[in-house]
Design a protein around this ligand. Structure first.
Ligand code: ADP
Length: 268
């Protein structure tokens, strides 16, 4: 077969290993691309039937009278599960796009304060019955050269997680700063925390330290994988620090080239 012939030639020429390796890497790369395309296609194909199902469910829920208790409860369950599936499909599609397509539109000057402030309000609404204190420590004129939609997904996931994994009455801080190393966004909480042994694997898709919690929190298991890929596309990185039972800090580090200098700074 192909490989043997190649191996034979290679031994003859005595440059074997590198060539074989190059060949293997090409094949792996090809398989990886096929996997990514497959996930993207499946997600895309699932979207339409799901939308139709959700439409009918909503109509049914609107028309079934209150006294049909059992039927209504079944429909409410179906509705909530189809929402879950929709969130999964949409995160899978987003991740496939982040991994499998060339990054573009990466250099818009994004007004970070406004974006984070909106997210803070959403988070407060989301956690209304948990009475979290959510602090925003972000300069009003903070700007970042980035893709705004991708940034929104990344920051949104970190803030939603802080809300999800922090018990009632907890404290969450969203902080932004710049220095000579670049621009940085951190989301800290004093929530349940993570056993450090799990931290290296947290950004893997569907990796969860404690599987029993999955259905309660309602996440897709893809949030941190999305954050990681957004950071890679922006030449940045995600740093995770946590202590079990004490809380966590997730920090997005952006390289200096993504900072937006102030006119005064340019003039000076
Ligand atoms: P999901 O939240 O949907 O499970 P993510 O990829 O966003 O998926 O997060 C992966 C896992 O990391 C979560 O299941 C949770 O165990 C842990 N995690 C993420 N953020 C936090 C946080 N702020 N505090 C504690 N654990 C967290």
């Amino acid at each position: 077969d192909d490989n043997r012939i190649l191996q034979f030639r290679v031994t003859e020429f005595g440059v074997g290993e590198q060539l074989l390796m190059a060949r293997d890497v090409t094949r792996l790369h090809h398989l990886e691309q096929m996997r990514k395309d497959f996930v993207a296609n499946v997600s895309h194909e699932l979207k339409t039937p799901l939308t139709v199902l959700k439409g009918y469910l909503e109509t049914l829920l609107d028309t079934i009278p209150e006294e049909q208790g059992r039927l209504r409860r079944a429909l409410v369950q179906m509705d909530s599960q189809s929402n879950r599936m929709e969130a999964l499909v949409s995160d899978l599609l987003l991740l496939a796009r982040l991994e499998g397509t060339e990054a573009n539109n990466l250099n818009q000057a994004v007004a970070v304060h406004g974006m984070l402030n909106r997210m803070r309000e959403n988070a407060l609404a989301l956690s209304a019955d948990k009475h979290h204190r959510i602090e925003l420590d972000v300069p009003e004129d903070a700007r970042l050269l980035a893709n705004p939609a991708e940034l929104e997904s990344a920051f949104g996931n970190l803030i939603t997680n802080a809300v999800k994994y922090t018990p009632a009455g907890g404290h969450i801080v969203i902080r932004w700063w710049q220095d000579d190393k670049g621009a940085h966004l951190s989301v800290s909480d004093n929530g349940i925390g993570i056993d450090p042994a799990h931290i290296p694997r947290l950004t893997e898709r569907f990796y969860r330290p404690d599987n029993s919690r999955v259905t309660q929190t309602g996440g897709t298991g893809l949030g941190l994988a999305i954050v990681k890929h957004v950071m890679i596309r922006h030449n940045g990185r995600l740093e995770i620090r946590s202590e079990l039972g004490k809380g966590s800090t997730f920090t997005c580090h952006f390289p200096p080239a993504r900072r937006v200098s102030h006119p005064a700074a340019i003039a000076g």
